[in-house]
Design a protein around this ligand. Structure first.
Ligand code: G16
Length: 552
């Protein structure tokens, strides 16, 4: 590192002292904490993003300020790699060290050592570009400013602020600028692409007039999804959609949004008895998760949840149907379709997917893991039960499809190829995206002529319950086997197993959250009462092993 670079870093780093006595970790999806302590972290991750751009030959890197489903007073920062995907996991330890360096001198030493090891030119000879986006949190603007300061303290690096966007939009734009050779790609291109491909799917519906599926109401978690869905609604002239909780009145993620609806299995604020019989959906605060639901008549706000597993099943079914039109055993090339889930996937969904003849793989929680696995297939469909997921298409498959679109003689096969092509354009190739996912669900339901009830009948979820437990130190919980077994603290897994075997069809696991300071408990059993009881007993166990009384 030359002297000019060194002194620039020293000067700027001293304006962003790290919070004392707090250790931050990159976690499941970037750093998250109370917004008031994040200035220094975000500044430093700005530096990291600029280094990542230099390392990748000047590719555009994304930096998103969001704490997604977390409460409004929190915020966070995550980095998108050139393909729009999550920051490579190889760099996470560096992100942790950078965020936790105690003073400017140690920070600069870390950067110098890392740049040397990674052969990153730190002499201003190369340019670097970082795109900055943020959700609607009030702390977002000043954190974007801190990130810019970090980026600008790397000579030759520029930060471009694209304002308020959904997390998936930022990832999409980064990908488009690098991979699709659209150096000026913006939100407008995103809206154009998703609306054009959605229209294409609708145009390809046979006997369209018979397939009206009625009104949709979308809860936008009082977050960024509201204004963005409004744009799509106008673009598509989509009168059947009603947007609620768009942020004008309520509080972000407070008793609204996909996380609340999925975990508590109740209707979000602003929904009630008049909505019985209507198809409803919920996005989360930064619009990267999607779930559907219907309100149970006289059900005291309870809902029938149609979660990420069911979205995955619907997508898998549609893709399988189109592929079966397009291919038969005589085809030389048989596209490999795979499905990726986590331990949170309802056992009934996995059984259903297996029955469809699909290859199902499990990874730990975190889209970064699922996304990576999904790449191993020609068509890799991944979803977390919480509604975060997408479908990835390999280049080989897309080339094959391109050929099929133009060479197939049968109109039926041509249309199937066109549909799959449109899906690949609609669904976000960089990351799970609630808006494009919502459009795909709507297009498929219309294609099938299915109501949400019919969709929900694909299989019956085993009753489940999720709880969170506040503990003294969540990092004391270490898991293995895609988070289904606890290795540490010793003895806890045996105790969980002893409780679980008492319940018919019982299944239970615990894992430390990577986005909140809690340990999560998931339980499944034959009846709701049993699932609730199992979850509660295991939560008590976690508290006994790790609660605040430990060590006090
Ligand atoms: C993030 C991740 C998801 C993960 C969720 C909860 O979602 O992107 O993959 O499922 O956190 O993670 P944990 O259980 O570790 O807290 P989001 O929507 O908050 O970005």
């Amino acid at each position: 590192m030359n002297e000019q670079q060194q002194s620039l870093l020293v000067q700027s780093a001293s304006r962003f002292p790290p919070p004392q006595g707090i250790k931050l970790s990159y976690g499941t999806a970037g750093f998250r904490a109370d917004a008031s302590i994040l200035q220094s972290t975000v500044f430093r991750i700005g530096i990291l993003a600029a280094l990542r751009s230099l390392k990748t030959g000047g590719a555009v890197i994304g930096l998103m300020i969001t704490a997604s489903h977390n409460k409004v007073s929190d915020n966070g920062v995550k980095v998108a790699d050139p393909a729009g995907e999550m920051l490579t996991q190889d760099w996470e330890p560096f992100a942790d060290s950078v965020a936790n360096a105690p003073d400017p001198e140690s920070l600069i030493q870390l950067i110098a050592d890392f740049a040397k090891k990674e052969d990153i030119p730190l002499n201003g000879s190369k340019g670097a570009t970082v795109l900055l986006g943020r959700d609607t949190r009030p702390s977002g603007e000043s954190l974007v400013e801190a990130a810019k300061q970090g980026i600008c303290s790397v000579i030759g690096a520029v930060g471009i602020d694209i304002g308020v966007v959904t997390t998936p939009q930022l990832h999409w734009i980064v990908r488009a600028r690098n991979k699709d050779s659209k150096p000026s790609a913006s939100e407008l291109d995103y809206f154009d692409q998703v609306s054009t491909s959605f229209r294409c799917l609708i145009d390809l519906i046979p006997n369209k007039s018979q397939h009206g599926i009625g009104k949709l109401i979308v809860d936008c978690a009082n977050g960024v999804g509201g204004e963005k869905l409004q744009v799509l609604k106008q673009k598509l002239n989509w009168s059947d959609v009603e947007i609620r909780n768009s942020g004008e009145q309520g509080v972000l993620n407070e008793q609204v949004g996909a996380d609340y609806v999925q975990k508590d299995k109740v209707a979000p604020q602003g929904f009630g008895p008049p909505d019985v019989g209507v198809r409803c959906a919920s996005l989360d605060g930064d619009a990267d998760r999607l779930v559907y639901f219907t309100i149970i008549p006289n059900g005291n706000n309870r809902i029938n949840l149609v979660d990420g597993d069911k979205i995955l099943s619907l997508f898998a079914l549609f893709i399988k149907d189109q592929l079966s039109i397009l291919t038969d055993y005589t085809n030389e090339y048989q596209p490999r379709v795979g499905v990726v889930q986590t331990a949170y996937a309802n056992g009934a969904s996995t059984k259903y997917l297996n029955q469809l003849g699909l290859h199902v793989i499990f990874t730990p929680t975190g889209v970064k893991y699922l996304h990576e696995k999904a790449h191993e297939f020609d068509i890799g469909i991944y979803f977390e039960a919480n509604g975060h997921g997408t479908i990835l298409f390999s280049n080989r498959f897309l080339r094959w499809l391109e050929d099929k679109k133009s060479t197939e003689k049968s109109l039926e096969k041509q249309n199937a190829a066109m549909r799959l092509w449109a899906v690949s354009k609609l669904i976000n190739q960089a990351v799970g995206d609630a808006l494009s996912g919502l459009l795909l669900v709507e297009a498929i339901l219309q294609h099938m002529g299915w109501s949400v009830e019919k969709w929900n009948e694909l299989y019956h979820d085993l009753p489940s319950r999720q709880l969170k437990v506040k503990v003294a130190d969540r990092t004391a919980v270490v898991t293995t086997n895609a988070e289904t077994i606890v290795e540490k603290p010793p003895g806890i897994q045996e105790a969980i197993t002893a409780l679980t075997v008492k319940y018919p069809q019982g299944r239970c696991f615990v894992r430390p959250s990577g986005t909140e300071d809690v340990v999560r408990v998931y339980a499944e059993a034959r009846t709701q009462e049993a699932a609730d009881e199992l979850a509660t007993s295991v939560a008590k166990l976690v508290d006994q092993f790790l609660g605040f009384h430990v060590g006090m």
